[in-house]
Structures are given as structure tokens and as C-alpha cells.
Ligand binder design. Sequence first.
Ligand SMILES: NC(=O)C1=CN([C@@H]2O[C@H](COP(=O)(O)OP(=O)(O)OC[C@H]3O[C@@H](n4cnc5c(N)ncnc54)[C@H](OP(=O)(O)O)[C@@H]3O)[C@@H](O)[C@H]2O)C=CC1
Ligand SMILES: O=C([O-])C1=[NH+]CCC1
Length: 315
Amino acid sequence: MTDSGPLYLTDEFIRNNKLLKLDKLIPVIQNAMASVSKNDEVIQPPRTIMNIPSLNGALLSMPAFCKYDDALACKLVTAYPKNADKGLPSVQGTVLLFDSTTGKVCAIMDGIEITTWRTAAASAVATKYLHNGTAVLAILGSGTQARSHAETLDYCFNFQQIRIWNHKYEGAQTLTKELTAKGKNAVAYHSVEECVQDADVIVTATFASSPILKGKWIKPGAHINAVGAGINHHSELDVDLYKLACVYTDTMASAETELKGLLEEGMTIEEVGDIINGTKSADRGMITVFQSLGMAVEDAVSAKLIYEEYKKIKK
Ligand SMILES: NC(=O)C1=CN([C@@H]2O[C@H](COP(=O)(O)OP(=O)(O)OC[C@H]3O[C@@H](n4cnc5c(N)ncnc54)[C@H](OP(=O)(O)O)[C@@H]3O)[C@@H](O)[C@H]2O)C=CC1
Ligand SMILES: O=C([O-])C1=[NH+]CCC1
């Protein structure tokens, strides 16, 4: 019996062949988020987060099975915040996609495209279910996630203005110029307070290890997608903001360990999936926070989507 081994898809191939288009990815991610909040549809053990303090890096292992999409996969992903100094992405990884009936590896994929777009798609889904307005989008950070969030959220909501703040102003200017070149009304800000004033939707996508966003700056009813995962998952927003807001996440199973600090403060956290499924209703009018942790099942269904799209172009 001959076996040519698993398919290998690079980030470049996935990007160049448009195997992860937003019109297909967003519904797939929405289904995954909804499935997590239903019994029996997703198997997703808490991920292993191995911090390596001496190297200022981390390695995460993220396996998942989604019955709905028949997607069995495992992502290994690293986060090295200082990689920009070396001209490398901070978050890199590999996703193994398995045949769920035999356990055979059917594809090995680079994980940057998957992580970049599935994270923004999850924020777009959360925003769809929790927001109250879409005139002004404010993004804190100007890296990979800031870019994918600008594109994905604008694709979904067509904002009148996109504001960018970065701890180094040049980063905000660069991303603003890129967005302006694409015909967007984009503005770079020196101050976070001014950037988020009266914003309807805010994204935090930085490696900040102490709070950069304060509750007192946010207008009532604004929605925040808190994406950054520096030293821990809730370092970008100050505690007062969490206290003011209704807080949602992607999976409570991870929140119980990764958001332990917030839960110990007595905060209630709900899954966005329950809102999608209609089993709970959103608190419209309140400030809402989607604390994105990132889920293995998002990687699994994205890898499955890429594999199916690849089979179409190879026919
Ligand atoms: N929730 C999820 O599912 C996922 C979360 N993430 C997290 O999202 C965040 C952004 O990732 P990504 O865009 O890939 O990384 P990038 O390195 O591409 O971007 C990081 C951004 O954070 C800024 N930054 C770095 N250090 C600080 C600091 N101390 N204070 C404030 N800003 C800072 C950088 O600015 P500059 O470059 O100018 O220094 C840059 O704008 C990370 O925390 C990452 O772990 C990533 C993937 C998935
Ligand atoms: O979910 C994910 O892939 C990640 N979360 C933080 C860094 C990478």
C-alpha cells in the first residue's frame, strides 16, 4: 500500500489561494462558538499553556473535536512578544488536521493565517450579538490582530471611522495609512482616552501587561473585544471596566483557569455561545466585554474549512 503522507499547506499557500475567506469563515466560527455552549457537540480540554519565562515566550497545545463539522485537530502555537525585533510574527504555530474516523493525519498547516483570521472572526461574531452601534471602531494595537480585526470588523459592520492607537505612535500611523489607502476613514491617535471616546466598538490587541483601557473613558453601551493575551488574559482592561461591564467569553472551561482572577473578584462571565443559541439574552445598553481567549475548536473548524476549499481547487 502506498501512502504519500499528509498534505502540507503553508501560510503563503493559504493566503495566496484565498482558502480562508471571511464570508465562509465567519459562519463556521459562529457555529463553533454556538456548539461550545451546547452539550456533546465539542470536545475541547483546557489547553496546556507552557510559559518559558527565561525566553519571554510560551507554547500552547490546543486539541479539539467538533462533531458538527466533523473536525478533529490540534494546534501547537507559540507567543514570543519580542519577535518583532527580529522581523518575525509574535504568534506562530502549526495545525494538524486528522481524519476523525481513522485518526490519520490528513493535513499539516501553518497556523498564522488560521490564528489571525479565526480570532478576528470570533470577535466579529461576539460584536454582532453584543454591540449597540457601529459608527466608530477604535483599535488599540497595530500588529497582526489589529490588522485582521480592522479588516474583519469593517467587512461586517462598515464603520464610518476607524481609529488606531499604539504604544508606539509610528505603528498607529502605519496601520492608519494602510487603511486610508484602502479607502477607509482612518485616524491615528496619541492618546488611548481620545481614541476610545464615544467609540461604539473597541478592540484591544496588544501585549500590554498592565491595563491600557479604563472604564471611565468608555461610553455606555460600547462593546469591547479584549483579544490581547500578554502575561495573563486580562491585563489590557482595568478591573473597574470589568466591574462596569457585562463580561462574555468564548469558553467557560478555559475561563475557569485563565480568567480565575476575574472570577475570584466575584464577576459573572457568560459564554457568547449562549447568546447565539438564544438560551440567554444579551444585556443591551450595558458596556459589554468579549474576553477572547481563543479556542482550539476555532482552529479545528478553520483547518477543516481550508482542507475542503483546497480539495475544491485541486479537483
Ligand atoms: N484571543 C486570541 O484568540 C488570540 C490572542 N492573541 C493575542 O493578541 C495580542 C496581539 O497579537 P498579535 O497582533 O499577533 O501580535 P503583534 O506582535 O503583531 O502585535 C502586538 C501589538 O502590541 C503592541 N505592544 C507590544 N508590547 C506592548 C506593551 N507593553 N504595551 C502596549 N502595546 C504593546 C505592539 O506594538 P509595537 O509593535 O509597536 O511594539 C503591537 O501593536 C497578543 O497579546 C496575542 O497573544 C493572539 C492570537 C489569538
Ligand atoms: O488562541 C490562540 O491561538 C492564542 N491565544 C493567545 C496566543 C495564541
